[in-house]
Design a protein around this ligand. Sequence first.
Ligand code: NDP
Ligand code: OAA
Length: 285
Amino acid sequence: MADILLIGYGTIGQDLVSLLEPEIARGEIRILAAAVRDPQKPRPTASAVPLIHTDKLANYLPQADLVVECAGVPAAISHGSEVISAGREMILTSVGALAHRDARLGMLSGPGKLTVTNGAIGGFDLLGAAAQAGGIAEISIQTSKLAASLVRPWMTQAERARLQDLTPTDEAFVLFDGNPTDAIEKFPANVNVAVALAWATRELLPADAPGAEQSQAFERALAQVRVRILADPNARLSLHVIRASGPAGTYEFSLENAPSPSNPRTSGLTAMSVARDVRESILRC
Ligand SMILES: NC(=O)C1=CN([C@@H]2O[C@H](COP(=O)(O)OP(=O)(O)OC[C@H]3O[C@@H](n4cnc5c(N)ncnc54)[C@H](OP(=O)(O)O)[C@@H]3O)[C@@H](O)[C@H]2O)C=CC1
Ligand SMILES: O=C([O-])CC(=O)C(=O)O
């Protein structure tokens, strides 16, 4: 029986627990608790998973065989290093936290093990193989989302209005064009996939290489990836187009996920990817 501690129990956390029902029913997995911002907050459905405040995380870590973060980039920055330095294995969903230098160094310095989920995208077997052989010269990801869903608190009134006032007859426009580090800082809930793409195409160092070297290798991969965010007045779902080219070949992956059954604004595939990561982890135990 593997004891799992969740950080975050929103759309992805709840979908994950539903996806893992067969393993829970067979006694292969037990969800110890989910750490959230506000355990007392009224929730639409009663939870079978005990909710705790994140300031109690340290009390639960010693019993956890596996920690799954699905709480957002700021929470992963705050708690990722704590989990890894306690020697736990952690699956990271808010992959964008790896673009934050100090958090990255903590998560890559052990002694715990970090698993970075593929999340809402894929094709990483091919891209990783080609990148490790020096076969990728250019790599980009273009993410199209519903314009109104891209409004962020830091935007000026004019920037917000441009997104909110777009009508179905307007053309989609490029809202952001740059590197994954700047993209995740501006859009922390939208482009974790861009940071995951850099993770998949990083130089693979020996597992015992110091955290600082792992961190630098990842920083080089981040610098290779170009990110574009398209604000689309007609997008129903997120559309991610990954393009890569170089001596290994020319590749284009177009990924359009069905929405989560519990929240139409979240791709259902993210929780499915994390469920697969959990199953692979417990098979290794
Ligand atoms: N890798 C990928 O492809 C993808 C990654 N993601 C990442 O997953 C994250 C979660 O997505 P989703 O489930 O849809 O989000 P939700 O908003 O539905 O749920 C977030 C959960 O995390 C908790 N939480 C938020 N901030 C903190 C904090 N600082 N400390 C502790 N708990 C916190 C919330 O607590 P409470 O319930 O008390 O409010 C809530 O339970 C996204 O923010 C994004 O970073 C998302 C999509 C794709
Ligand atoms: O769900 C998606 O399409 C991807 C996403 O939000 C992210 O990477 O943060």
